[in-house]
Write a protein that binds this ligand. Structure first.
Ligand SMILES: Cc1cc2nc3c(=O)[nH]c(=O)nc-3n(C[C@H](O)[C@H](O)[C@H](O)COP(=O)(O)O)c2cc1C
Length: 358
């Protein structure tokens, strides 16, 4: 069994050095319609957004990345400092390690910063019995919440990763009830990790009592890709082959966002690269967007580097708001857009299959 510290460090190294995203940018298929006569001053634009009970200075969250090894402390601290200074939300990586006493300070360091929305993180596969591992209980979720003073707990659905991971947890039966039990005790959202949420799954999940969903669709970080490189490293040919085959498995993020809309707040993520993608997400119905890989390199460098990257996204969002004549986030949510390319084709085919079969 590979130690958890090593796995977490591997994820960071691979994401910094290898190609881990499919080549196609689905977000670029969303075209906001230009307004040549916006009648709004850029400096007066109100970008504040209400997200899961908290007010953010602009609608963005740095979503779960890491925790559970020594180097993770600096990464989480750099993100927390930048997010607190800019008034936006952040999540930490899976807290199983921290709750089990592995480098807990690599998570709890974020308590030193005043981040307006803090999201804890636990994997759905850890909530049900798996081979030789103890499962996470509702009490453990309380410990995960306390470790970082989380406002909300995200339960991640990462079965694509688990099935291609050499040491993955591949039992999936019982997750619905486990999520429901946690949602009864704590403010809970579910979170994919790069393969998206379909309409059917979103409808079922709504029944658990969760308060929101991070759809984390396909088009950005692929955990099949990440695990492929780990499998190669340990000479596991089967998992290497699987990682290659499932590299671009999943529902493209903008498709998932439109499909999953069912009245619950949605965090739009998976391949978000700039403020235009954030603006498109809001226009398509998200309450905010989420990014991970886009700030990873900066997060390993310094909080200033993270802040600069986030400020760029903020100013791009402001520009997109001006150019769609949106004085605030509510107006942006009504901005007109069209959908082109592969994303359009995905949506047309999904609609067709609702009434027909091949
Ligand atoms: C290095 C790395 C580690 C991650 N670890 C976690 C994790 O522990 N828990 C989780 O829910 N998501 C995790 N994610 C997934 C991200 O939160 C996000 O959903 C996904 O990467 C898609 O966003 P992106 O395309 O902007 O990277 C991780 C992502 C990266 C890049």
């Amino acid at each position: 069994m590979i130690p958890i510290r090593e796995r977490k460090a591997d994820h960071i190294d691979i994401c910094l050095s290898e190609r881990i995203a499919p080549g196609y940018c689905y977000w670029d298929d969303i075209k906001l319609i230009h307004n040549a006569l916006p009648e709004v001053n850029a400096d007066d634009i109100d970008m504040t957004a209400d997200v899961l009970g908290q007010t953010l200075e602009f609608p963005l969250i740095v979503t779960a990345i890491t925790g559970g090894f020594t180097g993770a402390k600096k990464i989480n601290e750099n993100i927390a400092k930048a997010c607190s200074e800019l008034g936006i939300g952040m999540g930490v990586g899976s807290e199983r390690a921290g709750v089990n006493g592995v480098d807990p300070e690599s998570y709890s360091v974020i308590k030193d910063y005043d981040v307006p929305l803090v999201i804890g993180n636990v994997g759905a596969p850890q909530l049900i019995p798996q081979k030789s591992k103890d499962r996470f209980t509702v009490e453990d979720i309380g410990k995960a919440k306390d470790l970082i003073d989380a406002d909300v707990i995200a339960i991640h659905l990462n079965f694509l990763q688990e099935i291609v991971q050499p040491e993955g947890d591949t039992s999936a039966e019982g997750c619905y009830e486990a999520i429901r039990d946690i949602a009864r005790s704590y403010p809970t959202i579910i979170k994919e990790t790069g393969a998206g949420v379909s309409k059917d799954v979103a409808t079922r999940l709504k029944g658990t009592g969760i308060i929101g969903m991070d759809i984390a669709g396909m088009g950005g970080t692929s955990f099949s890709a990440v695990e492929l490189y780990r499998a190669m490293k340990v000479g596991d040919d089967i998992r290497t082959g699987m990682g290659e085959s499932f590299f671009d498995w999943g529902i493209p993020s903008p498709v998932s966002l439109l499909e999953a809309r069912n009245g619950l707040p949605i965090i739009s993520s998976g391949g978000i690269l700039d403020g235009i993608h954030v603006a498109a997400s809001i226009a398509m119905g998200a309450c905010c967007a989420g990014i991970a890989h886009s700030v990873l390199r900066e997060a390993t460098e310094s909080s200033d580097a993270v802040k600069q990257k986030l400020l760029l996204i903020k100013e791009e969002l402001r520009a997109a708001m001006l150019l769609t004549g949106s004085a605030n986030i509510k107006q942006l949510s009504k901005a007109k857009y069209i959908i082109l390319g592969d994303t359009k084709q995905w949506l047309e085919e999904l609609q067709w299959t609702q009434n027909n079969t091949y």
